[in-house]
Design a protein around this ligand. Structure first.
Ligand code: GDP
Length: 355
């Protein structure tokens, strides 16, 4: 088996309590992938980072593993923490194909950890739990970028016991919330058990394990939902509504199906009637090497899923983070506008009832 051309990159969201390490983990995934270099460069998207399969298997020390996987890589989204997204966070759960729930192993579960788990359960999103900050365990001897097991086996018995105790507190908390879980290397059936991976987002220990387990989950659970048609009209979700100098209001969008082009008419969810507008520009981040202060973005004519892109268009002021973005034609505009409107209404009822 090898990468299947008809499958798009799975979208992965990192969720968890504030300060438990979401940003550091994403930076580490980005940074280490950059450092790995040659085998397929990572791509920085708007609001997301794409790590190609070559990088992941190289990082795991066995490039031949590539042939075992059918997805082209993983697209990590930078889940924004601001209020608009928080109130529609359940949409974030639905947007992602896979998720990482991060928990500080020394602090255990906090309200946002629990909330994340509820959302994932509701949307039946496959996920892993990472128990972060193992380097803070007293006496831990770091082994930079090592796999978890290789590093664990080098620790003293006292440190191992300390980690095991904290680790099983997390397994216990997951059990209380209705999830059976085990350390990732002991999980026989990911359908029945959640894999928990001890990591350090600072030393990189366990990161390769996280990437491999995510690929395994994509392989096992997502093949049916990752098929896409490059030529079909684009479908995406608003990640963030942003004011940009010289561009006005823009929407950072994750496109998960089809293609979106400059000049396309789109329908975007808002609190009132959906917005109908025409795309003025599609923008991607400029490569790091070329960044000039006043030109953060470069225009592209079209993009195909899965991708993160900034859309500039008139009348986007009322756009809602978490809402759908759909490319329409004169034939489909009325029906799709009605669909978007009812989707937003559903989400609002949902979030109201969740509280
Ligand atoms: P976020 O709010 O979930 O995005 O958390 P951050 O990534 O901003 O991390 C919060 C703090 O914890 C920062 O000071 C990080 O440097 C620190 N931190 C995150 N991961 C680790 C880790 O694995 N080990 C240690 N020692 N510190 C960490």
């Amino acid at each position: 088996m090898a990468v299947n051309e008809n499958l798009r990159t799975p979208i992965v969201s990192v969720m968890g309590h504030v300060d438990h390490g979401k940003t550091t983990l994403l930076d580490m995934i980005r940074g280490s992938a950059v450092a790995e270099g040659e085998a397929g460069a990572i791509t920085q998207h708007i609001g997301a980072t794409e790590v190609p399969i070559e990088n992941i298997v190289t990082k795991c020390g066995d490039p031949s593993l590539k042939d075992r996987f059918i997805v082209p890589g993983l697209l990590f989204i930078d889940t924004p923490g601001h209020h608009a997204f928080t109130s529609l966070r359940s949409r974030g759960g639905a947007l992602a194909d896979l998720a990482i729930v991060i928990v500080d192993i020394n602090e255990g579960f906090m309200p946002q950890t629990i909330e994340s788990l509820h959302i994932l359960k509701r949307f039946k999103t496959p996920f892993v739990v990472v128990a972060n900050k193992i380097d803070r365990i007293h006496g831990w001897n770091p082994n930079k970028n090592s796999s978890f097991l290789a590093s664990y086996n080098k620790q003293s018995e006292r440190v191992k016991t300390d980690l095991d105790n904290k680790f099983y507190d997390i397994v216990g908390e997951l059990y209380n919330l209705g999830f059976n879980s085990e350390r990732f290397d002991r999980v026989g059936d990911f359908q029945r058990n959640i894999g928990v991976i001890p990591i350090s987002a600072v030393t990189g220990e366990g990161i390769s394990d996280v990437l491999m387990i995510l690929l395994g989950l994509a392989q096992k659970f997502l093949e049916g939902s990752l098929h896409y048609t490059a030529k079909s009209p684009g479908i995406g979700t608003v990640l963030e509504v942003k004011e940009e100098k010289g561009l006005g209001t823009t929407i950072d969008t994750i496109l998960y199906d089809g293609t979106i082009k400059k000049g396309d008419i789109i329908v975007v969810g808002s609190l009132g009637d959906p917005i109908q507008t025409k795309i003025r520009a599609l923008l991607k981040p400029r490569p790091l090497s070329e960044i000039k202060a006043e030109e953060k973005f470069q225009q592209v004519a079209e993009v195909t899923a899965a991708v993160g892109v900034k859309i500039s268009a008139p009348n986007l002021e009322g756009a809602l983070a978490g809402a759908p973005v759909r490319v329409v034609s004169p034939e489909t505009i009325d029906a799709i506008t009605a669909e978007v409107k009812s989707e937003i209404a559903d989400v609002q009822i949902d979030t109201d009832s969740v509280g």
